[in-house]
Design a protein around this ligand. Structure first.
Ligand SMILES: C[S@@+](CC[C@H](N)C(=O)[O-])C[C@H]1O[C@@H](n2cnc3c(N)ncnc32)[C@H](O)[C@@H]1O
Length: 285
């Protein structure tokens, strides 16, 4: 299978993620980060149909979530982003084979309430591992300051001086990750992408330099930029338009782009005909 793009650290396929995962070996990935389409009829501006029958959507989700789980090494991490409504269904699938670590709540601004519902103000980032995590790094975040006057917002009950100078421990509530909705702040107008810090934190929590990150839904390429910046190797897939990812990586890593990856990616794949047996054996264990 010919890659669309390679960099010093990564490889991108312009294919359906199920086709690529079908020829990937089991237990090779350190961290999966997945931000799937939500089946809400969103216009991805790339030809993708984000509105199919609900049953069809969840049958598809079962396939790719199970495939991502199969790819994980023991101790590897799986981060899955979604609305709370989707996340409880995704969690049901993940609970079969993985270990729950966190439901990370990310503030979501600019939504609206529908019918007899509360105003939705967060999205979920599910964090699971295959058994005990192999890596768990404590990520630190800067102390919050007022964006008008620059002064610190909290007084930490008089214990400010005792705080770690490297910042505060990241919690399971992220209130700084809302996307930039205003056009003038968008990095790539029209492309649906997460703030870089979302996949970046997932990668920093669960991997070390040289580890392998996998994202089946490339979109605008935020996971690949985060992996590249932090010297993690990566495998990515995007079924539709890969050009936004290409130009993003070209702009941010001109020296790394189009180079042969420094890891043996060919060894991570195997012949298609082994696939049905391989999947069956793995799931029967
Ligand atoms: C929500 S976006 C991902 C955004 C990405 N996390 C970012 O921050 O740039 C989901 C992407 O999945 C892609 N997609 C949909 N079905 C796919 C499939 N079967 N295989 C691979 N990619 C697919 C869509 O084209 C879309 O770009």
């Amino acid at each position: 299978m010919k890659p669309f793009l390679t960099t010093q650290h990564g490889i991108l396929y312009n294919r359906d993620c199920l086709d690529v995962m079908a020829i990937m070996k089991s237990e090779i990935i350190d961290c999966v980060f997945a931000d799937p389409p939500f089946n809400l009829g969103k216009d991805y501006k790339n030809g993708f149909n984000d509105r199919v029958a609900e049953m069809e959507y969840f049958e598809w989700c079962l396939l790719w979530i199970n495939e991502c789980s199969r790819l994980l090494k023991p101790g590897g991490a799986f981060f899955l982003y979604g609305t709370p409504e989707l996340a409880i269904k995704f969690a049901n699938i993940m609970n079969q084979r993985l270990t729950f670590r966190h439901w990370i709540a990310l503030t979501m601004k600019g939504t609206y309430s529908r019918g007899k519902k509360l105003y939705p103000a967060h999205y979920a980032l599910l964090y699971y591992t295959r058994g005990e995590p192999r890596i768990f790094n404590r990520v630190r975040v800067p102390i919050s300051v007022c964006r008008h006057c620059g002064k610190e917002i909290k007084d930490y009950g008089g214990h400010r001086k005792k705080l770690n100078p490297a910042g505060l421990n990241l919690t399971d509530f992220w209130d700084d990750t809302s996307p930039n909705r205003h056009k003038k702040y968008k990095v790539r107008p029209g492309v649906n992408e997460l703030k870089l810090m979302i996949p970046e934190r997932a990668i920093l929590i669960s991997t070390e330099p040289g580890d392998l990150v996998f994202d089946p839904f490339g979109g605008g390429g935020s996971t690949f930029q985060a992996a590249e910046t932090n010297h993690r190797n990566w495998i990515g897939i995007e079924h539709y338009d890969c050009k936004p990812i290409e130009s993003r990586l070209n702009e941010t890593f001109p020296l790394s782009c189009r180079r042969k990856p420094g890891f043996n990616y060919e060894g991570l794949f195997e012949k298609d005909e082994n696939h049905p047996d391989k999947i069956l054996q793995w799931f029967q264990r």
